[in-house]
Design a protein around this ligand. Structure first.
Ligand code: PLP
Ligand code: COI
Length: 362
C-alpha cells in the first residue's frame, strides 16, 4: 500500500450524545470504548492492504490463528487530549510509530510503515473525536495493535497479520484515590532478561508480569517493581511504567535503557523537561538496597513512576521480602514530581508552549 487511504464505514448506530456524556464523567481506565476501530490487513506477497475505519465490533478468529498459540503480538499506548480551545491533540505519536516498528522487528513481524500508523491513529481520532473527555486527567487512550492471524500451528513468523486501532475514554489509571502509590518488589519473578523482549511492547511481556502483579496486589500494593534478571539487584521498571528518583541535592536518576526495559516516551519527555529546568538527570543503574538506604537516610526525596496510562504518579511506599520503606512521608507527592507532571500535562493540553514540537493538533 503506497498511499495511506482509508475506507470509512461509519457506525450504523453510534452511542447517542446523552449516553456518551454519562459514560465520560468517570470513565476509569480501559472499560469505556468508542464507536469505531481501524483495521488493516497484511498478507505475504500483498503487503498492507484494505485500510478501513469501521464500526467497533467483535472479530471472528479461527482457533488455529497463530497468535492464540505463540503470542506473536505487539501493541502501543498513546493518548489524544482535549485542548483548552476544545480541539484535539496527539502527543509524540511519531515516537509511538517508531517504537511500534521496532517492536515489530523484534517479534519477526512486518513493520507497518510509520506514515500508515500515524494516519490510522488520526483517522480513529477524527471518527471518535466526541469521545475525548474534557475534564482534567481525562483523555482518549489509543491502542494500536497487531497480531499473527495465519491459520497454522507450525512455529514460524506468521504470513498474515491484522493491525487494528481501538480507542477508550480514560481517567486516572490508579483508582486507589490516594495521592501516592505503593510498590511491591518482586523477589521471585523478573520481567526481562538480556537478549529477551524487554524493550519490545509485546503482549507476552505483560502476560509474564501478571503473577508478580497479583503478588503485589496480594501484599496490598498497587504495582510490582522488577529487578534485573542477572544480579537481582538493579531496579528496572514497573509492570507498566518507568521510574525516576529525586535526591536531596536536586539531581535525578532513571534506570538506563539496556534492552530489558521499555523505552518509555513519557520517560524520554521527562528527561528532556528536567534538563530544560536545569536539573542534573542521569541515566544510571540504581540498586534496591541503595534505594532502601537512601529513602531511610533522607538522601532520596522523591520517587515517581511515569507512562502514558499513569502519566506521572508519585511513589509513597515500597514493600518486599527484605522489609518495607517509605519515600518521604509516604503520603505526600514530591514537589519536583508535581512540577514535572504539570509541565508535561500543560504541554499535552496546549496550556504551555510546545518547544520541542511534540504536539500535533487535529
Ligand atoms: N514500561 C512499561 C513496561 C510499559 O508498559 C509502559 C507503558 O507503555 C511504560 C514503561 C511507559 O511507556 P510510555 O511512556 O511510552 O507509555
Ligand atoms: C501504557 O501506559 O500505555 C501502557 O501500555 C501501560 C499499561 C499499564 C496500560
Amino acid at each position: 500500500m503506497t498511499e495511506p487511504t482509508f475506507r470509512i464505514e461509519p457506525h450504523a448506530t453510534p452511542v447517542d450524545a446523552g449516553t456518551r456524556a454519562g459514560m465520560l464523567v468517570d470513565p476509569g481506565f480501559g472499560r469505556v470504548f468508542t464507536d469505531h476501530m481501524v483495521v488493516i490487513n497484511y498478507k505475504e506477497g500483498m503487503g498492507w492492504h484494505d485500510a478501513r475505519v469501521q464500526a467497533r465490533a467483535p472479530i471472528q478468529m479461527d482457533p488455529a490463528s497463530s497468535v492464540l498459540h505463540y503470542a506473536q503480538e505487539i501493541f502501543e499506548g498513546m493518548k489524544a487530549y482535549r485542548t483548552e480551545d476544545g480541539g484535539a491533540a496527539l502527543f509524540r505519536a511519531d515516537a509511538n510509530a517508531a517504537r511500534f516498528a521496532r517492536s515489530a522487528e523484534r517479534m519477526a513481524m512486518p513493520p507497518l510503515p510509520e506514515p500508515l500508523f500515524l494516519e490510522s491513529v488520526r483517522q480513529l481520532v477524527a471518527a471518535d473525536r466526541d469521545w475525548i473527555p474534557g475534564q482534567e486527567g481525562g483523555a482518549l487512550y489509543l491502542r494500536p495493535f497487531m497480531f499473527a492471524s495465519e491459520v497454522f500451528l507450525g512455529v514460524k513468523p506468521s504470513s498474515e497479520y491484522l493491525y487494528m486501532v481501538i480507542g477508550s475514554a480514560v481517567g486516572a489509571y490508579f483508582k486507589s484515590g490516594t495521592p501516592t502509590v505503593s510498590l511491591w518488589v518482586s523477589a521471585d519473578y523478573t520481567r526481562a532478561a538480556p537478549g529477551g523482549t524487554g524493550s519490545a511492547k509485546c503482549g507476552g511481556n505483560y502476560a509474564a508480569s501478571l503473577l508478580a502483579q497479583s503478588e503485589a496486589i496480594r501484599h496490598g500494593c498497587d504495582q510490582v517493581v522488577f529487578l534485573d534478571a542477572v544480579e537481582r539487584r538493579w531496579v528496572e521498571e514497573l509492570g507498566g511504567m518507568n521510574l525516576f528518583f529525586v535526591f536531596d541535592d536536586g539531581s535525578m536518576i532513571t534506570p538506563p535503557l539496556g534492552g530489558t526495559i521499555l523505552p518509555g516516551i513519557t520517560r524520554d519527555s521527562i528527561l528532556t523537561l528536567a534538563r530544560d529546568m536545569g536539573i542534573t538527570v542521569r541515566e544510571e543503574r540504581y540498586a534496591i538496597d541503595q534505594w532502601r538506604a537512601d529513602a531511610t537516610s533522607g538522601r532520596l526525596r522523591e520517587a515517581f513512576a511515569c507512562g502514558t496510562a499513569a502519566v506521572v504518579t508519585p511513589i509513597g511506599t515500597v514493600r518486599g521480602a527484605d522489609g518495607d520503606f517509605r519515600v518521604g512521608d509516604g503520603a505526600t507527592p514530591g514537589e519536583l514530581t508535581l512540577k514535572l507532571r504539570t509541565a508535561l500535562v500543560d504541554i499535552q493540553r496546549g496550556l504551555a508552549p510546545d518547544k520541542h514540537g511534540w504536539v500535533e493538533k487535529l
